[in-house]
Each structure stands twice: as structure tokens, then as C-alpha cells.
Design a protein around this ligand. Structure first.
Ligand SMILES: Cc1cc2nc3c(=O)[nH]c(=O)nc-3n(C[C@H](O)[C@H](O)[C@H](O)COP(=O)(O)OP(=O)(O)OC[C@H]3O[C@@H](n4cnc5c(N)ncnc54)[C@H](O)[C@@H]3O)c2cc1C
Length: 500
């Protein structure tokens, strides 16, 4: 039976795991080893809408304290400067995988020409605003629109650490230099200076180093290089002056990859993710700075490899975060994967009465592989259908990117277009993290070709225009990110269900 859990690493993965374990399984003693010599990766600043839901609905953390300390801004989705359109928006709010009343077909069929503001989420993105005004609460932000966060990695980690400490997690400062093996897998971690730390379960959150799963246990790494060609990022940013805080991440096509723009309150974070086979570090840096002359604050290069370990739970070691696997941040999915891994770990430990067996470990590994592989395939779709640039790198992406398990979905789409029935051929079905909405956003956004064209009737055209105008009006009257921040910082503001 598990009594003690030792987490290696105090980045966002290690701390989210520690908080989850203490909150959901309070009988467990939880310790975290962290090394200030190694530090945290310092990137990972955009989330999906899974993060607020995980922190506040699942873990029931206090919103006031979290917002005050971590100072996140809100992200309604991603704006893609991608494909043949000037841009298209992929909001977290559903807009393509359903059918509005009065229309014979789902919305995607009517979005060939104009794919802007066809739902409230994308209309808000179009208007550059965050939340509709809440008529019933003094005009404050109505946060029922799905959102994720833009959140500075260092502030996020500091906030999580203080929450973990308050929950009774023990922190040990030190660098792990080796392990001692035992019958259950790993018996103890050995720290520089001679300290020895035992536990029943070890959670490897050591980031790309994957100290326990990769190095100590030698688990096989499954490489994603045939689907995702990028392997480096040059990262920079600048202090915000007059730029409006946008309620979305921007993903812009570049010569040999793409660049993100993340909107913190006082800082704009930019990064160019590129393929080192297609462009040198120097040329990538030069292109990055040419397009972002303000990003002169010492741009740094981060190397990564996309892929996952074959199993992430082996014996008494379970890896969470970058130590388990990584796909490039095109959809900012790493923290979402961490939240899934934490939830599944708790679910299985609870179910097993803290005595996990081989069958439960196999199930955990299946779920984790599924999440990573679905994410790989979803990102591959972005590369396969991006026709914006005609150069050697992007031609190779269109011709050679492998899309894994998406064959049936793409065949169906080519015949039938953005039909809701495509959900029946979606890999992983109900467990698919992106759901049909995500796939349709990328296919419709990139104008992927299909046969079953359909036109709006005259009546449909009038109601469609009216519907989009209603969304636009509501979005234009909505609160900006800056206005919403100022409301939630007012002493009069109360989060639902919180008294102070
Ligand atoms: C270019 C890039 C952009 C990204 N953008 C996003 C994004 O927008 N959204 C997103 O969700 N994710 C993004 N990510 C992924 C992001 O890194 C992770 O989401 C997140 O930060 C999790 O990190 P981690 O905790 O696994 O690793 P880390 O932050 O690296 O933490 C590892 C921890 O382990 C400790 N450690 C390691 N080895 C030892 C040792 N031997 N002894 C003691 N301690 C040790 C370290 O000190 C540290 O505390 C991005 C990644 C990259 C590379």
C-alpha cells in the first residue's frame, strides 16, 4: 500500500501533481525534491480551458488568491495566421460541431467564404474583448465563455508552490544524482551530498531530463519526428507599452515553423518554433528579430524532441509533464496533458485503495499514450493543411507529414465536409481531448477541400447575417482584458462561491 509519495521536480508538473495528491488523497504524505541549481524550464505560458476548470472546479482552489498571486490574463482561443485566409480564430467555445436552429447544415458548411465571428467566442476574439458584460452583477465580466490562461511560468510556479506548502507538502532542496533499485522498482533517490530519500511511489516530474523514467529505468522513447518536424524554439519578448492586451494567443506561420505571441498583462512573450533541419539557429534568430524588432531582450534557444515514453508508469515510478513526453506547443497542450495525468493518477489510486496493480498501470499507460498520440495527430493536421507559404519546408510538411490515426476522419471530411457525423470516426471517441470542434476548426480554417458543398438559402442568409451581427454587437460592447482585470481587482468583486 502506498503511504509516501516522493515527487522529483518542482516545475508546474511536479507542483500540480503534489497539490492534486494532497487535495484528493489527504492520507498520503507528499514530498517534493527541487533543485535550485537546475531550476525550471521557464516556458509554458499558454493553457487550454482545461486549466481553470482543473484548478477551480476540480481542485477547488481559491480563485481570489490564485488571481492575486499568479496574475493570469484570459485566453479565449488561438488566432492562426495560417492557410489561405488572412487569419482564422479557433476559440474554446463550440461553434462548428453543432447546428444552429433554422439551418439545414452545421455552421462549417457556411464558413467557406467568411469564417469570422460565427459564434460568441470568435466574435469576442474578433473584437479584441474578453467577456460580455454581466447584466445581473453590476456589469462585471460574464465568465461563462470558455477560457484558458496566459500565465507567466515563474509566477505560476511560485503560486503553486505556496499552495502546495499550505496543503502540507514537504519540500527538500537538493539535486538527485542517482537511484537505488529495489524489488518494487526504485527504492530510494540519492542526492548530491549523500542524502537518501525513500518512498512507496516516485513521481518523475524532472522535465526533459526524465531522470527516473528515462534515465534510471531506461524506458523506450517513441519519437514523433515523422509527424512533427520542429525541434527548437527561439524565445524573446518585450514589455508592453501601448499594445492592447489581446484575449488570444497568436500562432503565425514562419519560414521553417511558426511563432507564438502570448499576452501577459505587462509583457508580450514571443517564440519561434522551428525545424533545425530546415533553418539554422542563426537564420531563425534573424527571421524572428526581423519580424519582432522589439524582442531584443536576449532571445534564447530551447531544444526539444517531440515524442513520448512507451509507458509512463513503470513499477513504482510514474512520470508526469515533460518527463513523460512532449509535443511542440502549437496548441499549448502540455499543461492540459499534465492535468489529465494528475486526474487519472488520482482516479486509479483511489480505485485501487492505494494498492495499484499491473492492470491499472496498463490502463493509465493506455490513457496517457492516447492523449499524447491524439495531440501529435492534431498538430500534424495543422502542418499538413497549411498552404500559406510555398517553400521547401512547407512543401515537405504538406507532402510528408504523417497524420497517424486521422485517416478515416480525413477520408470522411473529403467526401462529406464539416458534418457532425465526423465525430463517429474520431480517434479515441469521447476521450478525444480536442473533440470534433478542434479538427473542424483546423480543416475549415485552412479551407481543406471537400466535395459536398452547400449554399445558404436566401432565408438562411438573412438569419445567418442577423446571428453574426448579434454576436458582433455583443462582443463589441464586451469588456476588454484590461477592463476585466480591473473589475476582478476591485474590493467589491466576489468570485462565485467565495466569501473573501
Ligand atoms: C518552447 C516551449 C514552449 C512551451 N509552451 C507551452 C505552452 O504554451 N503551454 C503549455 O502548456 N506548455 C508549454 N510548454 C511545455 C512546458 O514546458 C510545460 O507545460 C511545463 O512547464 C511543465 O514543465 P515540467 O514541470 O514538466 O518541467 P520543468 O519546468 O523543467 O521542471 C522540472 C523540475 O525538475 C527539477 N529537476 C530536474 N532534474 C533534477 C534533479 N536531477 N534533481 C533535482 N531536481 C531536478 C528541476 O529543477 C525542476 O524543478 C512549452 C515547452 C517548450 C519547450
Amino acid at each position: 500500500m502506498i503511504h509516501n509519495v516522493l515527487i522529483l521536480g518542482a516545475g508546474s508538473a511536479g507542483l500540480l501533481a503534489a497539490i492534486s495528491l494532497r487535495k484528493m488523497l489527504p492520507a498520503l504524505a507528499v514530498s517534493v525534491v527541487r533543485s535550485s541549481d537546475i531550476g525550471v524550464i521557464g516556458v509554458g505560458e499558454g493553457t487550454t480551458n482545461s486549466m481553470p476548470a482543473f484548478l477551480f472546479d476540480h481542485l477547488k482552489l481559491n480563485r481570489s488568491r490564485f488571481y492575486a498571486q499568479a496574475e493570469p490574463t484570459w485566453k479565449l482561443g488561438i488566432r492562426f495566421l495560417w492557410g489561405p485566409r488572412d487569419y482564422f480564430d479557433y476559440p474554446f467555445a463550440f461553434q462548428l460541431s453543432g447546428k444552429w436552429p433554422y439551418y439545414s447544415r452545421p455552421s462549417g458548411y457556411y464558413s467557406d467564404e467568411d469564417f469570422h465571428g460565427i459564434g460568441l467566442g470568435s466574435a469576442l476574439m474578433e473584437a479584441g474583448n474578453a467577456f460580455p458584460r454581466n447584466a445581473g452583477a453590476g456589469g462585471g465580466p460574464d465568465m461563462s465563455v470558455p477560457f484558458g490562461f496566459h500565465i507567466e511560468n515563474v509566477k505560476f510556479v511560485e503560486t503553486l508552490e505556496s499552495i502546495a506548502q499550505a496543503l502540507g507538502v514537504t519540500f527538500v532542496e537538493g539535486t538527485v544524482s542517482g537511484t537505488e533499485r529495489g524489488p518494487a522498482g526504485i527504492a530510494a533517490l540519492l542526492l548530491e551530498g549523500g542524502r537518501r530519500l525513500e518512498a512507496d511511489l516516485f513521481v518523475d516530474c524532472s522535465g526533459f531530463r526524465s531522470e527516473l523514467l528515462g534515465r534510471a529505468l531506461g524506458e523506450e522513447f517513441v519519437d514523433y519526428r515523422r509527424s512533427l518536424f520542429c525541434d527548437r524554439a527561439v524565445i524573446g519578448g518585450w514589455e508592453r507599452t501601448t499594445e492592447k492586451i489581446l484575449p488570444y494567443t497568436t500562432a503565425e506561420t514562419m519560414e521553417a515553423g511558426w511563432a507564438w505571441q502570448i499576452e501577459h498583462e505587462h509583457h508580450i512573450n514571443r517564440g519561434y518554433v522551428y525545424c533545425s533541419q530546415a533553418i539554422s539557429d542563426e537564420a531563425a534568430r534573424e527571421e524572428f528579430l526581423r519580424k519582432n524588432p522589439k524582442a531584443l531582450q536576449s532571445p534564447r534557444v530551447v531544444k526539444f524532441r517531440s515524442g513520448r515514453y512507451r509507458r509512463v508508469w513503470v513499477d513504482n515510478v510514474v512520470a508526469i509533464g515533460n518527463s513523460a513526453g512532449f509535443v511542440e506547443p502549437l496548441e499549448a497542450t502540455a499543461l492540459m496533458t499534465v492535468t489529465r495525468q494528475c486526474k487519472n493518477l488520482i482516479l486509479l489510486l483511489e480505485d485501487a485503495g492505494l494498492r495499484p496493480n499491473a492492470a491499472l498501470r496498463d490502463l493509465y499507460n493506455k490513457l496517457s499514450s492516447e492523449t499524447f498520440d491524439d495531440t501529435r495527430d492534431f498538430l500534424a493536421l495543422h502542418y499538413k493543411f497549411n498552404t500559406r507559404l510555398d517553400n521547401a519546408f512547407w512543401r515537405q510538411c504538406r507532402e510528408e507529414t504523417e497524420v497517424g490515426a486521422l485517416g478515416a476522419l480525413l477520408d470522411f471530411f473529403h467526401e462529406n465536409g464539416p458534418s457532425c457525423l465526423a465525430s463517429l470516426v474520431l480517434p479515441s471517441q469521447d476521450r478525444n481531448v480536442f473533440s470534433l470542434e478542434g479538427y473542424l476548426a483546423i480543416l475549415v480554417g485552412n479551407r481543406a477541400p471537400y466535395k459536398a458543398r452547400c449554399q445558404l438559402t436566401d432565408i438562411e442568409r438573412v438569419t445567418w447575417d442577423h446571428m453574426c451581427t448579434t454576436f458582433r454587437t455583443q462582443a463589441e460592447q464586451a469588456l476588454s482584458v484590461a477592463e476585466s482585470l480591473s473589475v476582478i481587482r476591485s474590493p467589491l468583486w466576489r468570485w462565485k462561491g467565495e466569501t473573501s
